[in-house]
Design a protein around this ligand. Structure first.
Ligand SMILES: *Cc1c(COP(=O)(O)O)cnc(C)c1O
Length: 424
């Protein structure tokens, strides 16, 4: 089942024509398919059982999306106190939450300890020392995994590789034994695991194999040193199709996990983000105008880089589909699809082959459910766009479009500016 397809010439989410959603909530708007998210989660559950699935919620932190996944049994991988609060608010139990991240503050560590989460993944020697001090101060014991940097190139985009020795993430795998020896003498820590996450949007199993092999070697070394490693957090990175990529084969991944670390007797944690929500979402937009210049055809839409930044930030490709199926034999011609933001970089697609479009037509940017809404901003005074969740034949707005008044609500004028006309 594809989450979005044409029904009677109308691009639809399940049975719901996306044009109906646009008519009700306006554009731009994100639309997610609950059925697709559930199907993606079930696939992980089936193929990777009995691994623990901690959804990397930085991919899409919408409360309803989190609640849906919580109901399916998912835990969460969080990277800030804000995400931790959101996960708890959505009903994800603390004992299913892993805290990752390269720069946790003392306040964030304290919050995680007070909430009694499953595991804190530490990424440096100073962080282990802080964690010990804070945990001991609170009279708590932190369950700790050390995120190692395995020095493996994930073969993905430079900007989303995280496991090379020059990347900021993790403790060099060669230095992990020394860290475990130091931690063994510190209070407040239960040194339970190793974590690894080498990058995002991986299509190839080999980098995983190399990283997991390194993890297995390290577990043997650490155990020989007397450490009691009982949990392996293998991260995320499961690639999806945006253009012509082949999604990472999950069954093959499960085989690699089994072959490389299956014999160690450890609980396995995986942290899928993109794969659970990316293909389950799209961004709806309206064509504002089509401008033909001597050099280009510009399709100007009402969504901008502040709503979906992946094309500008990573050079990422998103398929662009008109909501009305183009007639057979439509004249596809190249167009630059651009937003209204006052930046040349506000361009979703360069010389993309598109059918004829005119002002008022609706389009969708596909595979936008991950790293879409979560990365949006209000640049150019543009309110965040609404999010809609479709389930079966119905849909609900799960984040409303803020009013312009709400956009101003947190701002204050200092007394010296608050008189009539400024200059008080
Ligand atoms: C971002 C991230 C993930 C999820 O990555 P995806 O590519 O979205 O699956 C998992 N674990 C950690 C530590 C991350 O930073």
């Amino acid at each position: 089942m594809r989450p979005f397809d044409y029904i009677d010439g109308s691009l639809s989410a399940g049975q719901v024509p996306l044009a109906d959603i646009a008519a009700e909530v306006g554009t731009p708007a994100y639309v997610y398919s609950a059925d697709a998210i559930e199907a993606a989660y079930r696939e992980f559950e089936t193929v990777l059982a009995p691994a623990r699935i901690c959804y990397a919620m930085k991919a899409n932190g919408n409360l309803a999306v989190l609640r849906l996944l919580a109901g399916l049994g998912a835990g969460a991988d969080v990277v800030s106190e804000g995400e931790l609060r959101r996960a708890l608010a959505a009903g994800i139990a603390p004992e299913k939450i892993v805290f990752s991240g390269v720069g946790k503050t003392d306040a964030e560590i304290e919050a995680a300890l007070r909430d009694g989460i499953l595991q804190i993944n530490v990424e440096s020697v100073p962080e282990v020392r802080s964690l010990s001090r804070i945990a001991a101060g609170l009279g708590r014991t932190a369950s700790v995994a050390v995120r190692i940097n395995p020095d493996v190139d994930a073969g993905t985009l430079d900007q989303i590789s995280t496991g090379r020795k020059t990347d900021k993430f993790g403790v060099a795998w060669t230095e992990a034994p020394a860290l475990f020896r130091e931690a063994a003498g510190l209070p407040g820590l239960s040194m339970d695991g190793i974590a690894v996450h080498i990058g995002s949007q991986l299509g190839d199993l080999e980098p995983y194999r190399r990283a997991f092999r390194r993890v297995a070697e390290l577990v043997r070394t650490l155990r020989a040193d007397g450490a009691r490693i009982r949990r392996l957090d293998l991260g995320g990175g499961f690639g999806i199709r945006y253009r012509d990529e082949i999604p990472l084969p999950l069954a093959g991944y499960a085989r690699v996990v089994q072959e490389e670390v299956g014999g160690l007797g450890c609980e396995i944690v995986v942290e899928p983000g993109r794969r659970l929500v990316g293909p389950a979402g799209l961004l709806l937009a309206s064509v504002v105008a089509v401008k033909e210049t001597p050099a280009r055809r510009f399709v100007i839409v009402d969504a901008g880089m502040n709503d979906l930044v992946r094309p500008m930030m990573y050079g990422a490709w998103h398929d662009i589909l008109p909501l009305d199926a183009p007639p057979a034999g439509a004249d596809y011609r190249p167009a630059d699809v651009v937003g209204p933001v006052c930046e040349t970089t506000d361009k979703f697609a360069d010389r993309r082959l598109l059918p004829p479009l005119e002002a008022g037509d609706l389009i969708a940017f596909c595979e936008a459910g991950a790293y879409g809404a979560v990365m949006s901003s209000t640049y150019n005074g543009r309110p965040l766009v609404p999010e809609v969740l479709v389930r079966g034949n119905g849909f609900d707005v799960v984040r409303a479009r803020p009013t312009f008044e709400e956009s101003l609500a947190l701002e204050r004028l200092p007394d010296w500016l608050s008189g009539p006309g400024g200059q008080g």
